[in-house]
Design a protein around this ligand. Structure first.
Ligand code: ARG
Length: 465
């Protein structure tokens, strides 16, 4: 039997394998609500422009309502023979209301339908992602306010570099997630345009009102070119890029949780509810959630790259290749959302070991820069000279297996006679951190202020900025 919806010019129906490769219903059924919303908007416009009768529109809208309820109740049967979500719903409508269902597809195509559905889906997903990111920011900013004066080492090359405030470290991620939100917000502007009414690719000879359908669906504007409307997936790529960037940030935080929770670092105690045990080693506490966040970032980036490869050589306008955009998109967004929840849960419960963090903050001559800065300020040396002298003092301390502040004044003066007793207080990591008051620096007073500004902004705006 030829295909029910498009089989007019065929004598036989598609081969089983053809059905297998062609059908998208298994994954695009999650666009059902967007597809119905799109059909309702189209139908309302068709009746208002006099293209269909009020009686037909009433039947169509009633039928779509019924289908929506059935889908919600899990009672609607999706069929693979009907390929995709658009034809499943159209066929369902035709079963329920008969002939009038055949008028719904006037002046539209599955090409503008799918582009519209996908834009609606991404718009809603971006809003969810934004809310999740805001929640995570709030958790981090609260802890940053509490830990403005908690010390930890800052690293470069993963070697202890200079002491910093733990609150400052947490706020670095708050800033990253703010940029992720801004990026999603910017992408949303371009997602929020209506391709509906572009029809197959060339527009239509029916007197449709594209402004009307765009407004009904909450789109900001109508897309100007019908070919572009149905043939680009840059809005999917752009949103995937936002997801990949966010995931990359989450993954770096995940990596640090993994490192900091090792006994070698010992900075974090992982919460029971976000750790796992080993089936053989009873003592183990594993950071599986952080590891999976790190790993899932790979598949999210892969979705972005995968779709770039699908799109890069496609001639305009629509080609079925574009059907391959959906699984990667759904997978990326689902996993990003999961990672955001897991990160929020973990970070809300992680217990920093202040003692260990403080001890590490002063390790590995982490205040050597303070000594060099002191020589510049108090002894009038150039920074290069000061750097050299400090380097020799570090070597001296290293050869004696002691810390810089454990060198005697005589040892210090042997390298530079201007050094006085007052240098010692500068070698204290807490002093070093407190002195870094430059804008954006790690001094607790800066951190407190920045954390409070964030808390204020996040609480005032709720999940919307
Ligand atoms: N399932 C298709 C997709 O996801 C919908 C559009 C189909 N259009 C067509 N001309 N076959 O891309």
């Amino acid at each position: 039997m030829a295909h029910k919806i498009w089989g007019g010019r065929f004598n036989v129906g598609p081969d089983k394998i053809m059905e297998e490769i062609n059908a998208s219903i298994d994954f695009d059924k999650r666009l059902a609500y967007q597809d119905i919303a799109c059909s309702k908007a189209h139908c309302q416009m068709l009746v208002e422009t006099g293209i269909i009768t009020a009686a037909d529109a009433k039947q169509i809208l009633g039928g779509l309502d019924e289908i929506e309820k059935e889908i919600e109740a899990g009672q609607f049967t999706f069929s693979k023979t009907l390929e995709d979500i658009h034809m499943n719903i159209e066929a369902g409508l035709s079963e329920r209301i008969g002939e009038a269902a055949g008028r719904l597809h006037i002046a539209r195509s599955r090409n503008d339908q799918i582009a519209t559905d996908l834009r609606l889906y991404i718009r809603a997903s971006i809003d969810e992602m934004d809310a999740q990111l805001a929640k995570l920011q709030l958790i981090l900013a609260r802890q940053a306010a509490d830990h403005a004066a908690t010390l930890m080492p800052g690293f470069t090359h993963l070697q202890i570099a200079q002491p910093i405030s733990y609150g400052h470290y947490l706020l670095a991620y708050v800033e990253m997630f703010a940029r992720d939100r801004a990026r999603f917000g910017d992408a949303r502007k371009r997602v929020n345009e209506s391709p509906l009414g572009a029809a197959a690719l060339a527009g239509t000879s029916f007197p449709i009102d594209r402004q009307k359908t765009a407004a009904t669906l909450g789109f900001e504007r109508v897309m100007a070119n019908s070919i572009d409307s149905v043939s680009d997936r840059d809005f999917v790529l752009e949103s995937l890029n936002c997801a990949a960037m966010t995931a990359m940030h989450l993954s770096r935080l995940g990596e640090e949780i993994i490192l900091f929770a090792t006994p070698q670092f010992g900075f974090f105690k992982l919460p029971d509810n976000y750790s796992t045990g080993s089936s053989i080693m009873p003592q183990k506490r594993n950071p599986d959630a952080a590891e999976l966040i790190r790993a899932k970032t790979g598949r999210i980036i892969a979705s972005l790259i995968g779709l770039f490869i699908v799109m890069k050589a496609l001639p305009l306008a629509y080609a079925k290749d574009m059907q391959e955009d959906k699984e990667g998109l759904f997978d990326a967004f689902d996993n990003l959302s999961l990672c955001l929840s897991a990160m929020a849960g973990q970070m809300a419960h992680i217990v920093p070991d202040k003692e260990k963090m403080r001890a590490a903050a002063g390790a590995q001559f982490s205040t050597a820069t303070e000594l060099a800065d002191w020589l510049v300020r108090e002894a009038g040396l150039t920074f290069r000279e000061a750097h050299h002298i400090t380097g020799r003092l570090v070597a001296k301390a290293e050869s004696r297996a002691c810390a810089l502040h454990e060198l005697s004044l005589a040892d210090m003066q042997a390298e530079n006679s201007h050094i006085t007793e007052s240098v010692y207080q500068f070698l204290d990591p807490a002093h070093a951190v407190a002195s870094r008051t430059s804008f954006g620096g790690t001094a607790p007073q800066n951190v407190k202020q920045a954390a409070e500004a964030w808390l204020d902004r996040l609480q005032k705006t709720g999940t919307k900025t």
